[in-house]
Structures are given as structure tokens and as C-alpha cells.
Design a protein around this ligand. Structure first.
Ligand SMILES: Nc1ncnc2c1ncn2[C@@H]1O[C@H](COP(=O)(O)OP(=O)(O)OP(=O)(O)O)[C@@H](O)[C@H]1O
Ligand SMILES: [Mg+2]
Length: 258
């Protein structure tokens, strides 16, 4: 008879993203109460992926989420989302809360900066709302401002400890710099995550195609890699011309990775 598998080898329970195609290849979505790193070059779709996941959780399953924006202001993000017709402004703050964490380089580089205060506010907010999801969008912007590898590491550890103490399903987005070798850029963050997604944006037959490469820890077989191809989802490029191509209406192809 087969011995039961040790707990650390069991597949992680998942939370659906609601992004059709992605949930199939990831066998259920993102690891529950764990952290997923979403990385990609500028414009590859990291913010859209994270926001879409949060919105689907709030809308379809009545969960609550917090979006921490390090790079763009909440109003910029809401403005970008208008193109997708997601009805973002209609959602109350008690369900989806945007925390503007847009920092001034002068404050960050003064030497006294750390994330302790912001994380305390976030904890109180999370408990008040009963939020089960959190997105840290554009953490690379904060790290770049610190301009010091020791300080970068210190703040990353602070976020990791916060996530470990607060049972939330988290997404951290990190921009890859096209000029630096990828491994060097995100390698040091991989120790704190259970799932890593690499987003790509390509032009195929004149249309912009967003593709996800997925690497999941604790999966069986270990670390499968898959691709989800999302054709252009924005209203502006809807191939049917209906003018409404929100997350549900995006055409997707799912295929095994080579
Ligand atoms: N799945 C998708 N389908 C169609 N268009 C998309 C998709 N994801 C993103 N886009 C489009 O690509 C543009 C860039 O997306 P987004 O802002 O999410 O990129 P990003 O990776 O967060 O960029 P940055 O690194 O600059 O923050 C958006 O304007 C959006 O319209
Ligand atoms: Mg972004």
C-alpha cells in the first residue's frame, strides 16, 4: 500500500484567479495564503493580472482585497482599468481598497525610511475589512529608490515576515529590467514565494498577445511550466468589435509549455 505523502509534498490548496485558462493550467489558481511573484518587463500586464484576480475574487466569491500601489496612484490604476469595462468605481472601499504607497525618493533616500508604518496600517485595514487577498504592485519601484542592496533585502524580509504573520493570499509584482540578466533580478525574491509567474507581451499578427509562464512549487510533478496566451483584452482591440471585452470575454488559448 502507498504511504501517505509527507505534508510538505502535498499540493498546495489554491484560490482561483477567475482568469479562465490560467486556473486550468495552474490546477486551481494561486496558492492559498501564500505569496505569488508576478514578474515581467514593463507593460507585460502585471498590474492588469493582479487587479483582474482581485476583482474576480471580490465579485464572484464575495472575498475582500487590498491593492497596494507603489508605482501608480490609485486613480491612475482605476483610469487604466476603464478600458476593460470592469466597473471598478462601483465597488465600495470596504470590499476593494487601494492603498496609495507612492513614495517620494527624498523620503526613501533620507536613510530613515522603512515599511514598518505602512505595514502596520495595512494590518489594521486587513483586519477591519476581513481581507483575504493583498497585492503589492510595483515593489521594484520602492527597491530601486532605496539604492542599497542591504536596505532592499531588509525591506523584502520585512514584507516576507508580514506575509507570514498575516494569513493572506498575496501577489507581489516586480518589473524586470530588459538590460539586466533576469535570473539576477528576481532570484533573491524567489525564496519567499510559492509560485512565480513570468508575463510576456508580444506582437503576433499585428495584435498584442499577453502570455503567462507559470512555475508552481509543491506541485506534482514538481515545478510544471505552462503557458496561457491571452489575446488582446482591452476594449480598444477587441477583435469582435463589440467594444466590451472584459476578463470573461478575453479569448485565451491554453497550451502545454515546450
Ligand atoms: N491580459 C491582457 N490582455 C490585453 N491587454 C492587456 C492585458 N494585460 C495588460 N494589457 C494591456 O497592456 C498594458 C500594460 O499592462 P500593465 O499596466 O498591467 O503592465 P505592467 O506589467 O504592470 O507594466 P509596468 O511594468 O509598466 O507597471 C495595459 O494598458 C493593458 O491595456
Ligand atoms: Mg504595472
Amino acid at each position: 500500500m502507498n504511504e501517505p505523502r509527507p505534508a510538505h509534498l502535498q499540493p498546495l490548496p489554491k484560490m482561483p484567479t477567475g482568469i479562465e485558462g490560467f486556473d486550468e493550467v495552474s490546477q486551481g489558481g494561486l496558492p492559498r495564503n501564500r505569496t505569488t511573484l508576478v514578474m515581467g518587463r514593463p507593460g507585460s500586464g502585471k498590474t492588469v493580472f493582479s487587479l483582474q484576480t482581485l476583482l474576480n475574487a471580490v465579485r464572484s466569491r464575495r472575498e475582500r482585497g487590498i491593492f497596494v500601489a507603489f508605482e501608480e496612484s490609485a486613480s491612475q490604476i482605476a483610469q487604466n482599468a476603464v478600458a476593460f469595462d470592469w466597473g471598478l468605481p462601483a465597488l465600495p472601499e470596504s470590499k476593494l481598497f487601494f492603498l496609495d504607497a507612492h513614495l517620494s525618493p527624498t523620503v526613501v533616500q533620507s536613510g530613515d525610511f522603512d515599511l514598518t508604518g505602512m505595514l502596520a496600517i495595512l494590518k489594521a485595514k486587513k483586519e477591519r475589512m476581513g481581507a483575504g487577498w493583498i497585492v503589492f504592485d510595483g515593489i521594484d519601484v520602492l527597491l530601486a529608490m532605496l539604492r542599497d542592496p542591504v536596505a532592499e533585502m531588509r525591506e523584502i524580509y520585512r514584507v516576507r515576515d508580514w506575509l507570514a504573520d498575516n494569513a493572506v493570499t498575496a501577489i507581489i509584482t516586480d518589473k524586470l529590467d530588459g538590460r539586466a540578466p533576469e535570473v539576477a533580478q528576481y532570484d533573491f525574491m524567489q525564496f519567499m514565494v510559492d509560485c512565480a509567474i513570468r508575463l510576456e507581451r508580444r506582437l503576433e499578427h499585428g495584435a498584442s498577445v499577453h502570455r503567462n509562464l507559470l512555475k508552481m512549487r509543491g506541485a506534482d510533478p514538481p515545478a510544471p511550466v505552462a503557458k496561457v496566451t491571452l489575446s488582446s483584452a482591452g476594449k480598444r482591440r477587441n477583435p469582435n468589435g463589440s467594444g466590451n471585452s472584459g476578463c470573461k470575454k478575453t479569448r485565451k488559448e491554453v497550451r502545454d509549455a515546450s
